[in-house]
Design a protein around this ligand. Structure first.
Ligand SMILES: Nc1nc2c([nH]c(=O)n2[C@H]2C[C@H](O)[C@@H](COP(=O)(O)OP(=O)(O)OP(=O)(O)O)O2)c(=O)[nH]1
Length: 143
């Protein structure tokens, strides 16, 4: 049986719903896109840096942790970008937030195979993961 609980936003959430957060890091009118290196079924597809929110962790804290782990940078997290995107037959949800780099930090591909800064006209030049498509479309006004 599925149960419901209140999350930090006060909304009902299914206990078994995994939240994946992504950071749309924007600088000088460009967003940072990252090519996955693993697992094989998604290697070569592009995404926003991020990952699963751990139990007891806020979405913002998860993004700060993932950006440090994956890119070696400190970030400030801003507004949501686009809508919630259901993945894995509804078992998980992708939520993307705008972010900016702090203290002059420069992203390094510590876990990805490649990083690219994309302008609005370049957004469609990489093969994004399918769940990212509606979020990439929502990015245009922010670039
Ligand atoms: N980080 C990230 N994951 C995405 C995006 N779009 C998308 O479909 N995903 C999927 C890929 C993965 O199935 C899942 C996130 O898994 P992950 O492997 O990045 O998470 P994680 O860093 O917490 O990894 P792990 O601890 O489970 O190894 O969400 C995106 O833009 N960013």
């Amino acid at each position: 049986m599925q149960t419901e609980r209140a999350n930090s936003g006060g909304q009902a959430a299914r206990r078994d719903l995994k939240v994946v957060v992504g950071a749309a890091i924007i600088e000088d009118g460009r967003v940072l896109a990252c090519a996955r290196s693993a697992p094989p079924e998604v290697a070569g597809r592009w995404e926003f840096p991020g990952g699963k929110v751990e139990p007891g962790e806020t979405e913002t804290a998860a993004l700060v942790r993932e950006c440090a782990e994956e890119l070696g940078v400190r970030v400030e997290i801003g507004e949501r970008v686009g809508r919630d995107v259901r993945m894995a037959h509804g078992r998980s949800v992708l939520k993307v937030y705008a972010a900016r780099l702090l203290h002059g930090d420069r992203p390094q591909p510590l876990e990805h195979s490649e990083l690219r800064w994309l302008s609005a006209t370049e957004l469609d030049t990489v093969p994004w993961l399918p769940a990212d498509t509606p979020i990439v479309a929502a990015l245009h006004p922010l670039l």
